[in-house]
Design a binder for this molecule. Structure first.
Ligand code: AMP
Length: 291
């Protein structure tokens, strides 16, 4: 695996891969890698001839008072993990190389950046879309891999890739979880032992709502209320719980089409997000099963 620190270096290395006729997968990350990240790397390894991973804690997607300085960083450990996965190229730049003096351009995906996490983290998705557009331009991947855990991010970037003719397939991969249901996240490292014990309640509540969708819960509001009630006896402080259309993140009321039930909540100072996909109900499914 080659570790490449400069934009010009990664551009040239990726050009070489493409010119040799090989397909190239890209996995953008902020490092501090866990099995969730590695699941994307492995998927790229299965589907593409070569894989590039980027590792960059992007200052432009952190708001004032957020955890930019505290964000866990361990380049050597990440390098060893990626090397073991057979990754070809690791792009690990410094902020000055990504945003040199005079940098003024940003990418805004209108209508998908303002809801859910965007409402509580102003400017976050503008920062995300800008860095990922730059990565797409530098790497020129055939496929780019993102996690369902950050569902809004994945949908918004898929829209961006279409709108800006990035000419790649954006693949959304399932959320990897601890055995107790907690979604893997680099930020789980912030949790105290007590908070860690409470943390699985978030996914348990979302999964409970999914199980009851269509039988006991009949609207987006019902789903959100159920999660709120389940979390009321836990230390979680809820930031939002919303049921939205999986395709365009618009708030839904009736349970039709594919839905994402998404939540953000704090345990102490740690903000966790999670979501579940709720597939459309088939009114005659029960009848068919009985036949
Ligand atoms: P991050 O390093 O947090 O920016 O995440 C890099 C990529 O890994 C994003 O596409 C995330 O959605 C994805 N990711 C993070 N956690 C998980 C997880 N538990 N399961 C699957 N993908 C994940």
């Amino acid at each position: 695996m080659k570790t490449i620190p400069t934009p010009l270096g990664i551009r040239n290395a990726c050009r070489e891969v493409r010119h040799s006729g090989r397909t190239l997968g890209l996995v953008p990350t902020m490092g501090s890698l866990h099995e969730g990240h590695l699941s994307l790397v492995r998927r790229s390894g299965r589907e593409c001839d070569a894989t590039a991973v980027s590792l960059f804690v992007n200052p432009k997607q952190f708001g004032p008072g957020e955890d930019l300085e505290a964000y866990p960083r361990d380049l050597e450990r990440d390098q060893a993990l990626l090397e073991a996965e057979g990754v070809d190229l690791l792009f690990a730049p410094e902020a000055e190389d990504i945003y040199p003096p005079g940098h003024r351009t940003a990418v805004l995906v209108e209508g998908l950046s303002e809801s859910l996490c965007g409402r509580h983290r102003p400017g976050h998705f503008r920062g995300v879309a800008t860095i990922v557009a730059k990565l797409f331009n530098l790497v020129g991947p055939d496929r780019a891999y993102f996690g369902q855990k950050d569902y809004q991010q994945a949908v918004l970037l898929r829209r961006m890739a279409l709108d800006l003719d990035c000419g790649l397939e954006l693949v959304i991969c399932p959320t990897v979880r601890e055995p107790d249901g907690l979604a893997l996240s680099s930020r789980n490292a912030y949790l105290t032992p007590e908070e860690r014990r409470a943390a699985p309640a978030l996914h348990a509540a979302l999964a409970g709502a999914r199980e009851r969708a269509g039988s006991r819960l009949h609207s987006g509001e019902d789903l959100a209320r159920y999660v709120r009630e389940e979390l009321s006896s836990t230390p979680f402080r809820i930031q939002y719980i919303e049921a939205v259309s999986a395709a365009d993140l618009q708030l839904i009321d009736s349970l039709q089409g594919e839905i994402v039930l998404a939540a953000a909540a704090f345990l102490g100072r740690t903000r966790l997000i999670d979501n579940v996909l709720i597939q459309p109900q088939h009114p005659d499914a029960e009848e068919t099963a009985q036949r």
